[in-house]
Design a protein. Structure first.
Length: 124
């Protein structure tokens, strides 16, 4: 495998480790997680897939590449283990935001009703 591909796999592993920390399941609120975080994660996975495809076509794999491949596999297993929990937390956050939005809408509607009532009373 070319040195550039090995370096790419190292960068992917660094980025995955960072994402695993940033998206860790211990977080209670998901409001800091952005859609871009998932796009970046997908981009890293695609970069690694390309590197690993190149590795299959090479007859010799270096020891460093084997180590990076093992770390990549470990990172994927960690993602597999905590993504369902993250999904559940994101759904809970969505529900919390929808409830808050409903409450704000109801309060706004109530305020408008009171304001309209007061205007009619002032006109009479």
């Amino acid at each position: 495998m070319p040195p550039a591909a090995l370096e790419t796999l190292r960068q992917v592993n660094d980025n995955l480790r960072s994402a695993l920390i940033r998206l860790r399941p211990e977080r209670k609120l998901c409001s800091s997680i952005r859609p871009q975080d998932f796009s970046d994660l997908l981009s890293q996975l695609l970069r690694a897939a390309e590197c690993l495809r190149c590795q299959r076509t090479q007859s010799e794999a270096s020891e460093a590449l084997e180590e990076e491949s093992l770390e990549y596999r470990s990172n994927l297993e960690k993602l597999r283990d905590f993504l369902p929990d993250l999904h559940g937390r994101l759904l809970a956050e969505k529900s919390r935001l929808e409830t808050a939005q409903t409450q704000v809408s109801a309060a706004t509607q109530g305020s408008l009703t009171v304001a309209n009532y007061c205007q009619r009373c002032a006109c009479n």
